[in-house]
Design a protein around this ligand. Structure first.
Ligand code: IPM
Ligand code: MG
Length: 357
């Protein structure tokens, strides 16, 4: 029996998570998944209802559960709030509080969607790379930070910081994942300019000594951005800092045609994980039944694989998604001419039908 905290959040979060719940319900009923669901608030909706984007009740529930399934946070109506109350603080707070330092962002091209990529088919076909992003340190969290008056003008500052141990643990994550894949890690930094990256590179070289079967290479982040669009298939696992990982993972996602297809996992050292689609809350299309729920459904699969030790059910979800794509059903974000365009809810139903086999 596993216990999962469900946090739909804002925007399209509600409708996409509802589809993932259909899948969980089906597996509970028919495949003895035995997942107990606890519902909670995070993000703008949590601010509206409780005055905080990350209420204590949500944190308490997180500590009592085995995993979190999250939709997305954010929306125009909360953008003017002071920084500490904005929806994004809910997400960042959860990451920090649960120490979810290891963020796995796979970019896999579904062959059925090769024509949906803006890149040439031969550049992306067969793409399967994993970005391992450090998620609870670096410039996102470094101190000091702020905006203050200096010399009569406003002055903004953040600190890009990494301790050796923070680099070490994300390095180990990346190498362990590479061992189960093509055994290649590319560490992305800006060591030609930043001291913090010089340390990053040094520590990665040290960590690599524990994994003689894995090949380590290094790349500057500007070159990595270029290589991702030039020849993305050269990568197996990329490991990088919080900010670089944020940028590169959006770029990598788009190689696959739609950011609407990609799940993510954020893990702590005990295997506790928060699972979420890598796209955001998309307030412009919320409530219209057009958002793509597949990234959220695939997030459930990642949860079963990485935290709950239910690999065969994870495979079952993955293959149901494949079946639905094979059948030609698409939400509008991944549709090409001639495809059957379906809405969010219908896509959820189709995946459940495919599960029935
Ligand atoms: C992501 C998002 C978040 C981030 C935002 C919503 C705070 O862009 O998960 O990539 O920057 O980490
Ligand atoms: Mg991002």
């Amino acid at each position: 029996m596993s216990k999962v905290l469900v946090l739909p959040g804002d925007g399209i979060g509600q409708e996409i998570v509802a589809q993932a719940l259909k899948v969980i319900e089906y597996l509970n009923k028919n495949d003895s998944l035995n997942m107990e669901l606890v519902h909670g608030l995070v993000g703008g909706i949590a601010y509206d209802e409780t005055g905080s984007p990350l209420p204590q009740a949500t944190l308490d529930a997180a500590h009592e559960c085995d995993s979190i399934l999250l939709g997305a946070v954010g929306g125009y109506q909360w953008e003017a709030l002071e920084r500490g109350l904005r929806p994004e603080r809910g997400l960042l707070g959860l990451r920090a509080e649960m120490d979810l330092f290891s963020n796995l962002r796979p970019a896999i091209l579904y062959p059925q969607l090769a024509s949906a990529s803006t890149l040439k088919e031969e550049v992306v076909s067969g793409l399967d790379l994993m970005i391992v992003r450090e998620l609870v340190s670096g410039i996102y969290f470094g101190q000091p930070r702020g905006i203050e008056i200096r010399n009569g003008e406003r002055y903004g500052f953040n600190s890009a910081t990494y301790s050796e141990s923070e680099i070490k643990r994300i390095g180990h994550s990346a190498f362990k994942i590479a061992q189960k894949r093509d055994k290649r890690v590319c560490s992305v930094d800006k060591a030609n300019v930043l001291e913090v990256c010089e340390l990053w590179r040094d520590v990665m070289i040290d960590v690599a000594k524990d994994y003689p079967d894995v090949e380590l290479s290094h790349m500057y982040v500007d070159n990595a951005a270029m290589q991702l669009v030039r020849a993305p298939k050269q990568f197996d696992v990329m490991v990088t800092s919080n900010l670089f990982g944020d940028v590169l993972s959006d770029c990598a996602a788009m190689l696959t045609g739609s950011i609407g297809m990609l799940p993510s996992a954020s893990l702590n050292k005990d295997g506790f994980g928060m699972y979420e689609p890598i796209h955001g809350s998309a307030p412009d299309i919320a409530g219209q039944d057009i958002a793509n729920p597949l990234a959220t459904i695939l997030s459930v699969s990642m949860m079963l694989r990485y935290s709950l030790d239910q690999v065969s059910l994870a495979n079952k979800i993955d293959s149901a998604v494949n079946t639905v794509l094979d059948q030609g059903y698409r939400t509008q974000d991944i549709a090409a001419k001639g495809d059957s365009v379906v809405g969010t809810s219908k896509m959820g139903d189709l995946v459940v039908e495919a599960l029935q086999g």
